[in-house]
Design a protein around this ligand. Structure first.
Ligand code: PMP
Length: 404
């Protein structure tokens, strides 16, 4: 059965908004997705009925909240085929990568190599640059082909006896390219390296099974997955998490503290110092329940259909340049309009009610690879409709007319 985006839209109160007198066409979900009522209500319900700090309580509300918080961990684990003890809650995908990089830094020597790619988000670049600055590790960069794929031969050639970590995006937030994580993990492991995937985009559009991929670490944020901001997930294989030193110190992450000595809790609590994002975890749990009730394959097909419809609507537009043409790519359109700055394009589209993002998308190495200083990006989500795809095409043609 075809996916019913209209029915899904009823779950998202914000989609009823008008912008500049036009119905909102929200094509910025790759930056952050809108929230279904199930998420909004789960968080308000917790605040209205059952809220206290977690873990250290001996009273009813504390116990209920702890159950909800740990329940969200179990949901996140089941969602990606992991064990709850392998799930660390962080404040986002960015913090999750920083946690891993800073922990691994302790084990790295000058000259050790970390392999990244030209399509990484800054979240999966800067934490590794810290290790270059602080520990003298060498960063190696997998090239991206003209159509926006990882150059696998080049990747293979970069793997060697000094490769310690491979950190790659599962899906590019600019190109939409979906990388074959399982194959990349196999290649990394054959070289004896640990592999981390930045799943911030992929998790939204694909069923992810971290055991099948054989990822050592896999990270994502809740807010792109129709959940709240302020929480992300770090999956780590049990033995890999156990080997990592703590990231931040404070309450909840310790075993014993005395004036002269300290021991640490086991993962995942070792990495969750202080009061965690409790309400956000509850919201993430609700988002996972909500998305898990959908036919995810049908959702992906729907998003692909929207993308194909837009491409068809723009066929023959010789004023349009698109980056990212990888086969099987996700529904993200990064583009430039001849003679126009991407920021101007985004601002004019906004006058038509169409929300797109413009800039470097936190991917400056990729921009440089394609000789760009910025691009505009329309990203499609399950609540977008064919009418919206057409409205975007129409608004973009009108926008281009300003610059013709
Ligand atoms: N990686 C990718 C591919 C992303 O798209 C993003 C969000 N733009 C991030 C990492 C960072 O996620 P967050 O800002 O939620 O920590």
């Amino acid at each position: 059965m075809a996916f019913d985006a209209e029915a899904i839209r009823a779950d998202f109160p914000i989609l009823l908004r008008h912008v500049h007198g036009k119905p909102l066409v929200y094509l910025d979900s790759a930056a952050s997705a809108q929230k279904p009522r199930a998420v909004i209500e789960a968080m308000s319900r917790a605040m209205e009925h059952s809220y206290a700090n977690v873990h250290r309580g001996l009273h009813t509300l504390a116990n209920e909240t702890t159950e909800a918080y740990e329940g969200a961990r179990a949901k996140a684990a089941a969602f990606i085929g992991a064990e709850p003890s392998e799930i660390v809650f962080t404040k986002g995908g960015t913090e999750a990568i920083n946690l891993v990089a800073s922990g691994l830094g302790r084990f790295l020597q000058p000259g050790d190599e970390i392999v990244l790619s030209e399509m990484e988000h800054h979240a999966n670049i800067v934490p590794w640059h810290f290790l270059r600055e602080r520990h003298g590790v060498v960063l190696k960069w997998v090239r991206v082909t003209d159509d926006g794929q990882l150059d696998l031969e080049h990747f293979q050639s970069l793997l060697g006896p000094r490769t310690r970590v491979v950190a790659l995006s599962h899906m590019s937030n600019v190109l939409g390219t979906i990388n074959d994580a399982k194959d990349l993990a196999r290649m990394a492991h054959e070289a004896g390296a640990l592999v981390l995937f930045d799943g911030c985009q992929a998790i939204v559009h694909k069923q992810v099974d971290v055991k099948d991929i054989d990822a050592d670490f896999y990270v994502f944020s809740a807010h792109k997955l129709y959940g709240p901001t302020g929480i992300g997930v770090l999956y780590g294989k049990a033995d890999k998490l156990a080997a990592l030193p703590p990231y931040q110190g404070g309450g909840e992450m310790i075993g014993v503290v005395s004036k002269d000595e300290i021991t640490y809790a086991d993962p995942p609590h070792r990495f969750e110092a202080g009061t965690p994002p409790i309400l956000e975890a509850i919201g993430l749990g609700a988002a996972i329940d909500w998305i898990s009730a959908l036919d995810r394959r049908a959702v992906a097909e729907h998003e692909h259909r929207l993308y194909a419809r837009v491409r068809e609507g723009l066929a023959g537009a010789n004023w349009l340049k698109v980056v990212g043409e990888a086969p099987g790519k996700g529904a993200i359109l990064s583009f430039m309009v001849d003679g126009a700055h991407a920021h101007d394009v985004a601002q004019i589209l906004d006058r038509y009610g169409v929300a797109v993002r413009a800039g470097t998308h936190c991917a400056e190495p990729l921009m440089r690879r394609f000789g760009l200083t910025s691009s505009a990006r329309a990203s499609f989500a399950l609540y977008n409709t064919e009418e919206e795809a057409d409205a975007f095409v129409d608004a973009l043609k009108k926008t281009q007319a300003f610059f013709a």
